[in-house]
Design a protein around this ligand. Structure first.
Ligand SMILES: [Zn+2]
Ligand SMILES: [Zn+2]
Ligand SMILES: [Zn+2]
Ligand SMILES: [Zn+2]
Length: 345
């Protein structure tokens, strides 16, 4: 029912609205067809790729322009249109001198511009059989145009393949390099690299500390054994000394000292050994290949005055400031044993 009582208004409005819709749809379709630099531009819009060839207009169109613009009217709709691939293409051009005839030859003298002395009598690159009869290119190196086109087609095919390969390779290179570049900007990825370094150093630290702990264990065992051995030697020597003293004091068995002499034949105190404390060690490469080294220190054992560089694998390496003099046993005197410290001989 007409709202305003005027029955003519509604159909007119509907027609206009339909037209507007149609225009809008056309506009959208046209926009969707737009390509930059099409192979064969549509005659209606040079940014469209052609789909059909009209034999009557002698033009190519895209499907949309063909249907909606160019061949819309009843008369034009009768035009014969074929797929663009069936468009007749004249690959062999006309002779420039005799346009009514197809060219049959290519003059290579003119074609190769780098020829030193092009013949002035030859004025066109391609020529027909009439030109040939007129001897315009007499003595010029020429080629049949079909052969020349075929050879050019092959050259273009090869070039196309070669450039396609380079395009793909370069596209990949460009993408790959961009991807790589972006990772060096990405804060998260940078942080993950730092984390790897941290992890590595933490592992190294754990390793070094465990090497240190093992070394401490080994040293502890060896020094303990050494202490037991020295202590036993010391007590043995003390007992011998006591017997020697008795012998000297009592004098009644002086005629026989063989057993005592035999027993004390090993002078253990002659072995020179030093015993660095744990504080005498430094670890210049953090328990790396150099390992723990004994450093020369001042008397207060605090300031290293010299750092030996050789490795000290020996658990009892050469100590430079021996903590004390070895025990001196002199059987010719009274008791002269230095027993100030347990660890010292
Ligand atoms: Zn047409
Ligand atoms: Zn078009
Ligand atoms: Zn000609
Ligand atoms: Zn020529």
């Amino acid at each position: 029912m007409p709202i305003f009582g005027d029955v003519d208004i509604q159909p007119t409005n509907c027609l206009i609205l339909a037209l507007v819709d149609k225009l809008e749809e056309d506009r959208r379709k046209k926009a969707a067809n737009v390509v930059t630099d099409p192979f064969l531009p549509c005659h209606e819009d040079h940014n469209h790729e052609s789909d059909v060839w009209c034999q009557d207009c002698k033009q190519t169109y895209c499907n949309d322009c063909d249907r909606t613009v160019c061949h819309r009217s009843k008369v034009l709709r009768r035009h014969k249109r074929v797929p663009v691939s069936l468009r007749p293409v004249r690959e062999i051009p006309a002779c420039p001198i005799h346009p009514e005839k197809d060219a049959s030859y290519v003059c290579l003298i003119i074609l190769n511009q780098n020829q030193l002395f092009p013949d002035p009598t030859c004025s066109a690159t391609i020529y027909c059989t009439l030109c040939q009869k007129a001897r315009t290119h007499k003595g010029h190196k020429s080629k049949k145009i079909e052969e020349h086109l075929e050879s050019n087609r092959k050259k273009l095919d090869e070039l196309h393949n070669r450039i396609t390969v380079s395009v793909n390779v370069l596209k990949k290179k460009s993408n790959d390099s961009e991807e790589a570049w972006k990772t060096f900007v990405d804060k998260e990825k940078i942080a993950s690299g730092r984390k790897k370094i941290e992890d590595y150093h933490n592992r190294q630290l754990e390793l070094a500390l465990s090497r240190y702990d093992n070394w401490v264990e080994v040293m502890k065992e060896e020094f303990h054994e050494e202490h037991i051995k020295c202590s036993a030697d010391w007590h043995l020597q003390e007992r011998i000394l006591k017997r020697v003293s008795n012998k000297r004091m009592r004098k009644d068995t002086l005629y026989d000292i063989n057993s005592i002499m035999e027993e004390s034949i090993r002078n253990v105190a002659d072995e020179e050994k030093t015993y660095p404390t744990l504080q005498d060690y430094d670890f210049p490469d953090g328990m790396g290949p150099i390992g723990p080294v004994v450093v020369r220190r001042n008397d207060d054992r605090t300031i290293p005055v010299e750092m030996p560089v050789q490795r000290a694998p020996d658990p009892v390496p050469e100590q430079l400031d021996a903590p004390g003099n070895p025990v001196v046993i002199d059987v010719g005197d009274e008791v002269v044993v230095d027993v100030a410290e347990d660890d010292d001989i």
